[in-house]
Write a protein that binds this ligand. Structure first.
Ligand SMILES: [Zn+2]
Ligand SMILES: [Zn+2]
Length: 604
């Protein structure tokens, strides 16, 4: 069952209209500005505007004030459809507020970009004042909008950023003003509160404070260095997923970081993915090599290394494969969008008969993974081909079969999903899980793709029951998306206080004085010998000559789930002073009583 799309919602229209209201206010306050585009976006809207003088953050309050006034004037928002010639004349007409030859640069280009045969429309914010004079603000726009500016009540301007016209660095840099709007005051307030909370949970900040990862300018943009605690988190997560995969019949493989360009010519990545690849390199025989942006072609080579029979299928090759993608330096964001990252990748080679069942199996694995990670709220998006684009490979028949298989599998699982045109991979449609975090923000994470096209490009075969060659179908999947993205999400989800099973350091042992260190080490050794959730417990001992208060504070700041305090009385009684991150002091108890207090692994 497809769910309602944001793009078709009232909120979307409201935000788009708020962008126009802002443009109107800006134009009144700064008459020489040139408007370009002002669309709604995920959490609000923006408008890209060319200002003759730089805009300052302080100006936002003035613009917002004028927007409030304009909103109350109850301006009707009227759509008019015109011909291309009329549109051009309107854009160039200085008598129409918001238009004229001095401010037409971008609007004329936008008009040119509207395909022949598509409707051309203007939206006119108009009111008649007491003297009977008509006031207007007219903007070339596809719409749709709400009916009156008075509907736009609960909004806020958020920030200013630079944005190149049409996203191209060779073009003029415009000023982007971001804002947000909601239907009710409560929703707006909740959103602003969430942003405050999000700042405190920012994974870049917590990543540094908790010693998970770092960046160094000497290493380079978007290339994280994983510190011991972050690397431990990665280890626990990969180990957990590896075990789930082994239970489900996956086979591990390992492939290199670079490959001959011919591999990626064959896969089609060179044509379809080149702008995301690092510059090429050459060896002494003048062969060109590239740093791998994706693991798929390597796994395909392994499959193709000998003839397969239908009895061998399905084959499920899994690899925690580190890839590098050339993200523009301005787009790199902590570990969420890095230039080097590790995918929890796997490729399944299946017969047509196995496709739906295997797809269902993958989604089932993804659901089990999310449950264990405590991510219980998510929606499903099925990304299909944009019928107007030519960026895809493969014939329509294959695309249809792949899309039908995904829909079938969703129906079988009883999953509600939203169809999204243009969100497919270049070789096939895909299903994405979009997770809602503790603050209600959405993150696109795990993905499954059905692919008939790469098997064709690589001429993959298996011998069927009929002794004839057949083409297998590939499923690409990554339940985490990447380790980096998932760790970024989990860090913000838990504000760094990871569940016990996942915490990089689960127990901090705090001896009060030097004479308690020996006992502390003994307890640590015993705990490290204890298997919890299939792995040895992770324990640290704070041997520094600091006060107990300071040691507790630091362990608390490091969000360590349990602290075990050892003093004279404990040596005498054979006990430990137990503190928990959430509940504080739990009193003195024996080591085995403490072990009984650990959360059950399956409950995380
Ligand atoms: Zn618009
Ligand atoms: Zn792949």
């Amino acid at each position: 069952m497809p769910a309602e799309r944001y793009e078709e919602s009232y909120l979307y229209r409201l935000r788009h209209s708020a962008a126009h209201l802002m443009a109107q206010a800006v134009q009144e306050l700064f008459p020489k500005v040139q408007l370009s585009i002002g669309p709604p976006v995920e959490n609000g809207f923006y408008y890209d505007i060319d200002f003759p003088q730089p805009l300052r953050e302080e100006d936002l309050a003035r613009i917002e004030k004028r927007m409030k006034e304009l909103s109350k004037l109850d301006q009707r928002i009227v759509r008019t459809e015109v011909s291309r010639e009329e549109a051009k004349a309107m854009i160039l007409d200085p008598a129409i507020p918001g238009n004229g030859p001095d401010v037409a640069e971008f609007k004329l280009q936008l008009l040119d970009a509207i395909p022949e045969g598509e409707a051309i429309s203007f939206y006119d914010q108009q009111r008649t004042d007491r003297e009977g004079t008509l006031h207007r603000f007219v903007d070339l726009c596809r719409g749709p909008h709400v009916e009156s500016t008075k509907e736009i009540k609960h909004f806020k301007l958020m920030s200013i950023a630079g944005a190149y016209w049409r996203g191209d660095v060779r073009n003029k840099q415009l000023t982007r003003i971001y804002g947000t709007a909601f239907e009710t005051a409560d929703e707006l307030e909740n959103y602003l509160h969430m942003l405050e909370e999000a700042k405190k949970r920012d994974h870049r900040l917590l990543g540094r404070e908790l010693g998970l990862f770092m960046f160094s300018p000497r290493v380079g943009t978007g290339l994280p260095l994983w510190l011991p605690k972050g690397a431990m988190l990665r280890h626990v997560m990969t180990d957990f997923l590896q075990q789930e995969q082994l239970k489900r019949g996956y086979l591990p493989v390992v492939t290199p970081a670079i490959a001959n360009i011919k591999l990626y010519e064959k896969s089609g990545h060179i044509i379809n993915y080149r702008d995301k690849m690092f510059p090429f390199m050459e060896d002494e025989e003048r062969e060109t090599y590239i740093l791998k942006p994706m693991n798929c072609p390597f796994h395909i080579e392994i499959y193709a290394s000998h003839m397969r029979s239908y009895r061998d299928l399905p084959i499920r090759y899994a690899e925690f494969g580190t890839v590098h993608r050339y993200e523009q330096s301005g787009e790199v964001t902590g570990i969420l969008r890095a230039r080097g990252f590790t995918q929890d990748d796997a490729h399944l080679f299946v017969t047509p008969d196995q496709l739906i069942e295997e797809f269902v199996g993958v989604v089932d694995l993804m659901q089990a993974v999310l449950k264990k990670l405590g991510l219980t709220q998510y929606r499903v998006r099925v990304g299909v081909k944009d019928p107007h684009s030519d960026k895809y490979v493969g014939d329509d028949e294959n695309w249809e079969a792949a899309t039908a298989a995904i829909k079938n599998a969703c129906d079988k699982l009883g999953l509600e999903y939203e169809l999204s045109e243009g969100d497919a991979a270049f070789y096939g449609p895909k299903l994405d899980l979009i997770i809602k975090d503790a603050l209600g923000r959405e993150w696109q994470m795990g993905t499954v793709q059905v692919d008939y096209n790469l098997p064709e490009r690589f001429d993959l075969e298996y011998i069927g029951e009929d002794s004839k060659p057949h083409r297998p179908i590939m499923i690409h999947r990554a339940p985490f998306g990447s380790l980096e993205r998932m760790i970024g999400l989990l860090t913000e989800q838990y504000a760094g206080a990871f569940p016990f099973w996942l915490s990089p350091n689960q127990i901090a042992i705090l001896p009060i004085a030097d004479r308690h260190i020996e006992k502390a080490q003994e307890v640590a050794e015993c705990l490290r010998g204890t298997i919890y959730d299939t792995r040895p417990l992770r324990v640290s001992v704070d041997e520094r000559r600091e006060t107990l208060g300071k040691k507790i504070r630091e362990a608390q700041l490091q969000k360590t789930p349990f602290m075990l305090i050892i003093g004279d009385k404990d040596l005498e009684d054979g006990t430990l002073g137990v503190r928990s991150r959430e509940e504080g002091d739990l009193g003195a108890m024996t080591l085995s009583d403490f072990l009984g207090k650990l959360p059950h692994p399956s409950a995380s």
